[in-house]
Write a protein that binds this ligand. Structure first.
Ligand code: SF4
Length: 352
């Protein structure tokens, strides 16, 4: 979000002062074109702005080509080892490739790949993760985060020596603190956009918490230009989680719903109502803070920073705007009245 360089993945700018780009990766078999395209459409509908697809061998290329042709969002080819696969992926329509120059082998092979990337004007993602720290840095006994960042810098140097600056750097660790320190370190050394994520973050809840802590810390330090939240399982969940994290941290427009933790004063089922409010506001594309509070005695005051809120009463709820109660209604009227107030609030804002 605050890297000096902006890199374009087809029509999607990454870096500079552009919004953080959400990405994910398909987990279908690339040879199954139809299934992979279907998953890309679902990821895009969920909010993914670019999607990565593994291109394992040259056999995947015809299907990958079709995927690139049909997809409305840019496709990134994920390559390991074979430079020929990297080259053919670019020719097949990849909008970016992810390679680890260290895995591709001899420099002449890397040169070949870079030459084609230059011809097609597409960026390359380079970097390192906790499993690919270079031995030379490990034996220097430096802190692991530094060894990780220096390993990625080596890859960057290879690209720079080939006069190729169209790069995005990725440094990932499974350890949130190491991940934070390594990304911070590299963000101070090079101007290129950063792809951030916690690698192998785990199953759903663990991945959410670990990624929110690790990536949240980076984003709040203005580090990170594109994000992938890695979750074992359905990649749609990755996109929804990334969207939620960016919205809750204020990097993406959308409703932010806060709710009180409830106590003995609670007059309404706060969890139920907050879920309802989430549903009622899901199509709003505006920065709006909505509070759902359990009681009218403390609720409006405690949440006066919210743009709009509902505080529970014995028979329904009180709608409050900036801490002041606007109207108290029965439960049956709550949805209709809340929607009326939020609509007014948004149209008032648009007039300004
Ligand atoms: Fe308790 Fe009311 Fe505060 Fe909710 S808003 S925690 S119900 S005092």
């Amino acid at each position: 979000m605050f890297s000096k360089y902006t890199v374009f993945v087809k029509n999607v700018p990454i870096g500079g002062h552009n919004p953080v780009v959400i990405q994910s990766m398909t987990n279908t078999n690339t040879l199954d074109t139809e299934k992979t395209i279907k998953q890309i459409i679902n990821l895009s509908n969920a909010g993914a702005e670019i999607v990565r697809v593994s291109v394992r061998t040259l056999d995947d290329i015809p299907s990958f080509k079709k995927i690139c042709e049909i997809s409305s969002i840019p496709i990134v080819a994920d390559i390991h080892f074979d430079y020929k696969v990297a080259i053919e992926s670019i020719k097949a329509g990849a909008s970016k490739i992810r390679i680890n120059p260290g895995n591709i082998g001899s420099l002449w092979k890397v040169k070949e790949v870079v030459k084609v990337a230059k011809d097609y004007n597409i960026p390359i993602r380079v970097g390192a993760n906790s499993g690919s720290i270079k031995k030379e840095f490990e034996i220097l006994n430096m802190p692991r985060f530094k060894a990780l960042a220096e390993s990625a810098l080596e890859e960057v140097k290879v690209m720079e020596e080939l006069e190729f600056n169209n790069i995005i750097i990725s440094i990932k660790s499974t350890d949130a603190k190491e991940n934070f320190l390594a990304n911070k370190y590299i963000s101070e050394k090079v101007p290129y956009p950063l792809h951030i994520g916690i690698t192998e973050a785990g199953i759903y809840e663990d991945a959410l918490i670990l990624s929110s802590a690790g990536l949240g810390a980076l984003l709040l330090n203005n580090i990170g230009d594109t994000i992938r939240i890695s979750i074992a399982g359905d990649p749609i969940k990755e996109v929804l989680a990334a969207k939620k994290l960016l919205t809750l941290l204020g990097f993406k427009k959308g409703p932010r719903i806060i709710a009180c933790p409830t106590c003995a004063r609670t007059e309404i089922n706060v969890e139920y109502l907050a879920n309802k409010v989430k549903e009622w506001t899901k199509n709003i594309d505006e920065d709006i803070n909505v509070a759902v509070m359990g009681c009218v005695v403390n609720g409006p005051g405690e949440a006066k920073h919210a743009d709009i809120g509902i505080a529970g009463t014995k028979t329904g709820g009180a709608i409050f705007i900036n801490g002041e109660i606007a109207e108290t209604v029965l439960f049956e009227k709550l949805e209709e009245t809340f929607k009326k107030y939020i609509k007014n609030l948004i149209s008032e804002r648009k007039k300004i």
